[in-house]
Design a protein around this ligand. Structure first.
Ligand SMILES: [Zn+2]
Length: 148
């Protein structure tokens, strides 16, 4: 029979925990570094690092902003749940996306000028670290606010 003292066991457990924690921290740091370098990732254009995003004080707005940032809205993705065809812009004949609505589609140029004071913006300008103050007013005007 092998006798192992309690103090030896507690030291061994402590060393193993430290090793595991350091190893996990290193893996996490490696993963975050990889994510930071993925410049072709669609999220990279609006948030190029894995740093924390500040939350909006109104939960409903925060959820909408997050959906816009990741490009998944009820309007653009509900077809997946309903088994329907993806919605297509009748003017441009391309699939609707957050990018198309906010940046590309000429149908909304007038509203972009009205609410963003320019027809040329980037996703980072509108939904980046600090969202544009008229973002939700723009979506309300074009009738998409409740479909985000
Ligand atoms: Zn269009």
């Amino acid at each position: 029979m092998i006798f192992i003292s309690n103090s030896f066991l507690s030291i061994a457990v402590s060393i193993l925990n430290t090793y595991q924690s350091t190893r996990t921290d290193r893996r996490l740091q490696d993963m975050l570094g990889v994510v930071d370098q993925q410049i072709l990732n669609k999220l990279h254009s609006i948030h190029p690092s894995t740093s924390h995003w500040a939350a909006l004080p109104v939960r409903r707005h925060d959820v909408r902003l997050t959906r816009l940032r990741i490009g998944h809205t009820r309007f653009t993705h509900r077809h997946l749940l309903l088994g329907e065809n993806a919605p297509e812009c009748p003017s441009c004949k391309v699939l609707y996306s957050v990018y198309h609505i906010l940046i590309d589609c000429p149908v909304f140029n007038h509203h972009r000028i009205t609410f963003f004071h320019t027809s040329v913006s980037t996703l980072s300008d509108l939904v980046g670290e600090s969202l544009h103050q008229n973002l939700f007013a723009f979506f309300l005007k074009i009738g998409f606010l409740h479909m985000i």
